[in-house]
Design a protein around this ligand. Structure first.
Ligand SMILES: *Cc1c(COP(=O)(O)O)cnc(C)c1O
Length: 464
């Protein structure tokens, strides 16, 4: 064994303890440090060559803490409101550490405990989101991958309707495909590119006036114009205004049209946790496939989402991995036959930990507190004449812009001026350049809202 490696092995408990202390210090500093370092501070350090001989974990930890850690954002903290960003609850962090410590490859029954744990976790998640046991869930790395897997199953369903198998014969066997959606997330187009259906297969259906929710009557007409079976991507929580398609109305269209219903509920599915908001996800269970991100509002570390479907048989047709060393498919196929990955880390463990530690009620409290924070921020910004809200706060996102001349340049200046206190990301809503503040971190409180509002108001006045 390499001498440095052997020395590290001999001191492993000490090294883990030093790492724990470094992590605890970094987390304790979250509140005080800039939410995002300014551009100068975030620039990459001078490159270092690949070491020929290493100097061990302790030296690597020191190098990381001096060269890279100061460049990181406080994205685990309470005022990082860009994109839709969760943190990691204490239990999720513990679960993630143990994922690496146990280093399980949870893909098959030959060493099956990992996949049993994944199945227990997807069962809990199914309940959490109010889905029936007609759905089975699988862990994937994020919502983009969850959408990709859902649409891969949809592709196979189209094949079933047309008497071909795209998984066997290629996507070309389907002929032209139409994927209809009102305000799809950008990852849908990416998924269609990956799946050989093409970005051009995505057809935008008009949304309701002043809304991001699809107009069911327009969808009805678009489906009538579509020859043969189609795919509909419903949106349960759009990123700009967290608008929800009317899922029961979409489901009702199946009486007249033949389509696969995939619902992108990446973070909107969490509305189901709260009696105050659950009406938004009514009808979710009728979907043929559902995407839910977990590294957003479940607050587990990155690399976690779940994909649910009612047609695991079609899922297996796409993702089966025939090899002599893997088991037969059977009634309950190994995870290796269900997702694009073969080997994968036991990513369910972080989700298992946080659900086991805080339960439905604990996670409902996070969701409701974040929604309350979003509403409070909207109230604060509404009172500032230099700013203007672009949409009502439907759930956890505030979409706003400068009251005068909201150019991308002026909005970038606003973001930068406020960046030490609050991080928001740019968007365009209804043709207007804008900013979004999305609340999905478990740490965020009303005190953070006041700090964020103050920073945004001051920055807006500064460039008004
Ligand atoms: C975040 C998001 C995605 C993509 O998620 P990743 O985890 O970044 O892959 C897809 N759809 C919606 C609605 C989202 O909010």
């Amino acid at each position: 064994m390499d001498r440095t490696l052997a020395a590290d092995l001999a001191r492993l408990p000490d090294l883990l303890d030093a790492t724990r202390r470094a992590a605890a210090e970094a987390l304790a500093a979250l509140d005080a440090r800039p939410v995002v370092p300014d551009a100068g501070a975030a620039a990459p350090p001078a490159p270092e060559p690949l070491p020929e001989h290493g100097t061990g974990t302790e030296a690597a930890l020191e190098a990381f803490r001096s060269r890279w850690q100061p460049r990181f954002s406080a994205s685990a903290g309470p005022r990082y409101l860009g994109f839709v960003t969760g943190g990691a609850t204490p239990a999720a962090l513990a679960g993630d550490w143990l994922t690496a410590a146990h280093d399980q490859n949870s893909n098959s029954a030959f060493d099956g405990a990992g996949q049993h744990l994944e199945r227990e976790t997807t069962g809990w998640l199914r309940e959490l989101f109010g889905l029936s046991d007609a759905h089975t869930g699988t862990f994937v790395s994020g919502a983009t991958m969850s959408n990709t897997v859902g649409l891969a199953i949809a592709r196979e369903w189209l094949g079933e309707r047309l008497g071909v198998s795209p998984a066997e014969d290629g996507a070309a066997a389907l002929g032209p495909v139409r994927v209809l959606s009102g305000a799809p997330h950008s990852s849908i187009a990416k998924a269609l590119a990956v799946l050989g259906l093409g970005r051009a297969s995505l057809v935008r259906v008009p949304t309701l006036p002043g809304r991001e929710a699809v107009d069911p009557a327009a969808l009805d007409r678009a489906l009538a114009d579509t020859p043969g079976p189609a795919v509909v991507v419903a949106n349960a929580g759009t990123v700009n205004t967290v608008d929800f398609d009317d899922l029961p109305a979409l489901d009702a269209l199946r009486r007249r049209h033949d389509f696969w219903l995939h619902t992108d509920a990446a973070f909107g599915a969490f509305a189901a946790l709260s009696p105050r908001h659950a009406h938004l996800t009514a009808g979710l269970d009728a979907s043929d496939s559902v995407c839910v991100d977990l590294h957003k509002w479940l607050n587990v570390p990155y690399d976690s989402a779940v994909q649910f479907t009612r047609r695991r048989d079609l899922q297996t047709r796409v993702f089966q991995n025939a090899a002599a060393y893997l088991g037969p498919l059977g009634d309950d196929p190994d995870l290796v036959h269900l997702t694009p990955e073969n080997s994968h880390r036991l990513r369910a463990l972080a989700a298992w930990f946080t659900l086991r530690a805080y339960g439905r009620a604990g996670h409902r409290e996070i969701v409701e507190r974040d929604v309350d924070c979003a509403r409070a921020l909207a109230g604060e910004l509404e009172r500032e004449p230099a700013l203007r809200l672009l949409a009502p706060v439907r759930l956890n996102v505030v979409c706003f812009t400068l009251a005068t001349a909201p150019t991308p340049e002026r909005l970038a200046a606003l973001r930068e001026a406020a960046g030490a206190e609050v991080f928001v990301t740019p968007t365009v809503y209804g043709g207007t350049p804008a900013l979004r503040a999305a609340f999905s971190n478990w740490r965020t409180t009303q005190a953070d809202v006041r700090r964020a509002a103050e920073a945004l108001r001051t920055a807006a006045k500064g460039i008004a």
